[in-house]
Design a protein around this ligand. Sequence first.
Ligand code: NOJ
Length: 804
Amino acid sequence: MNYGYFDDDAREYVITNPRTPVKWINYVGTLAFGGFVDHTGGAFICKGDPALNRITRYIPQLPASEFKGETLYLRFPQGHGYKVFSPYFVPTLDPYDRYECHVGLGYTRIVSEFYGIRTQVTIFVPLGESRLIRDIEITNLSGKPVEVDAIPVVEYTHFDALKQFTNADWVPQTMQSRVRRETDGLMVLTQYAFMRRSVAVNYLTSNHPVSSFESDRARFLGDHEYGTWANPLSLQEPELGNYEALRGDNMAALLHHLGKLLPGDTKRLITYLGQEPDIEQALPRIQAFREEARVDQAFEDLASFWDRYLGKIQVRTPDADMDRMLNIHNPRQCYVTKQWSRYLSLYQPGFGARGIGFRDSSQDVLGVMAHVPEEGRQLIEKLLGVQRCDGSAMHQFNPLTMIADEGDSREVEGAPRFYGDDHLWIILAVAAYLKETDDLAFLNTVIPYYEKDKQGNPSGAGTVLEHMRQAIEFTHDSVGAHGLPLLGFADWNDTVNLAAGAESLFCANLYGKALLEMIDLDRHLGNDEMVARYSACYEEMKAHFDERAWDGEWYVRYFDADGQPLGSRANIKGQIYANGQSWPVISGFASPERATRALHALYSRLNTRNGIKLSAPGYDGYDPAVGGISTYPPGAKENGGIFLHANPWAIIAEALLGNGERAFQYYAQINPAAKNDRIEEFECEPYVYPQNMLGDEHPQFGLARNSWLTGTASWAYQAATQYILGIRPIYDGLRIDPCIPAGWDGFRIRREFRAAVYEIEVQNPDHVSKGVHRVTVDGRQIKGNLVPVLARGQTHHVQAIMGR
Ligand code: NOJ
């Protein structure tokens, strides 16, 4: 069963069957205004924050057949009433002659044909605007004239997303709608919560006269809501009730008579869902956007943004699925995760429990650095603002209020209030920014730490470089009985929550990697003293690691507070962890011999045809001593599931060791594009990485969930571009160090770097996996494989020949 196909030229995925196993979504706009649109037209929209300023009511848990947030009805006269249908298929579920949902870059376009009427709706948020546009074209294909009415519909939520569900008296008593009629029958139908009527007003409007409207759900559906969204009784009347709701479940419906469409005629109607502090003041801009040319321009501007964004790296490899992910969908997903962290998706419904995650966003930033380094830097600045004076980090924060908290650790009495890894990730993020841009002045930017005094002023501040040094010091000083870093509430694996005093080998390796970055940076800055200090810290941790972590065939993952290992042969469950094996290679702590053996153990004990499991065997029952991991059945999520985020780390480790076949195997086996023919098993969107798939201990092996907002996007992108294709920015230029399947003849990559274009051609005449023995730049051979920073504003041709 196939639900669609990739249209690489249009840079779209086209869904051709609306009955996908779960909703497939696409993101529009940004956190400033936007959200996601599902493939049947539903929309989850907020402004600034989904928890505290949510606009549409989108409840993912409702059945797929129910409309969510926003929809469109069309109707034409039939018998004594009307034939009413939705061109989005949902919620009327009429039989269609054609259905296509084009998942594009920042837009979704739904094209459908029902009853001889073709509808094309392009849905997007213009760059920098607070309005969701639906650009609707309706064409009569029927061969006879037809009178068409169009009724766009929005269902609102209270701005406080949780209150909507927790207070069914206060919320409906405060929800109100008002109409603002303009000349020529144009109309703005507003909606607000009473307390915010002068600060945040939602509205639905269009560029066409409106003959009547409805703002009360009960009246729209009719018969005390025994009318349904599939068959709203009010749509059988010639006009809607023109009712301005003063309470209740608010919605907006605008009835447009588009008139008679002769055969072949097309009518264009554009609708706008937005929010403004003051509608009167916003009116000129609302009116300006009613011009079709303005909307066309906004759509072109959006396309130009993506041209520029994607143009920074384009590849041509022997693998079509790799190309479509690296040229389009993977960098797109990286931008989306950078925007939304883990805050708003079909699976993470933005009620405020998550916000912007410190560790998550520090890693997301790595995935956009080649494309929008300035945006990366801005996010880094925000993240550094929630770092504590002692160098540790608050786990997450609300993007509107900048109030941070300690994540799930708050829920467990007596648990440590820090995560052992959070603060270390930001070092990788800053280093990536500096290598991409060489903007060393950023290191001197002063940013306050999170703690505040009684007056609410920051208790301390430091330069970016000081923040980085503090992060190192925190881990340096927070070690347990073996001299290894304390776990805190958890490390990257949120679900292993051991009693205070436990140590994390993951944190040891992340600390090692962070130290390597600091050594590199201080060397670049000429700080010899700090190079010496960090080198000593590195050697010290490496020695502890060498001494304690090897279990005979692989590395253990934790020591609990009693010094007992987890992720060891000595355990019955959770004997081996994937990160336990890949990270010692990434940190450089593993000796060549142990690195090979550890990666072999990872392959033989954790790899499946669908990807690498995070650990095995899965815990089979809740055990408070290990915490969250044992709340899942074996094979699900962190408990033996295929947690995709950790897969690229194995790719990177294999590439560092020179195993091009294995690195590519790991890459290809989780490539969502390659799942397009296996959707019955996979279920999620084949154009983005999901967070997890069920592992082989679970009967539904291969089933994916939690698509879009996952660190898999950033790391898969880095693994592919920087380690398989091997083009790595460093302080002094671009390192060319591919690790590819020996069967490849080579590949090409276009990389913009420090305002110059590098057209890189890698040839592999000897069919090796690793090793570049000759590099020419603009026809001249250079020494080694480091292409220096070249003249700005120019295109340079780099040829790299691999061989023994
Ligand atoms: C998802 C969380 O967002 C992320 O922070 C964590 O590292 C992974 N789960 C693994 O537990």
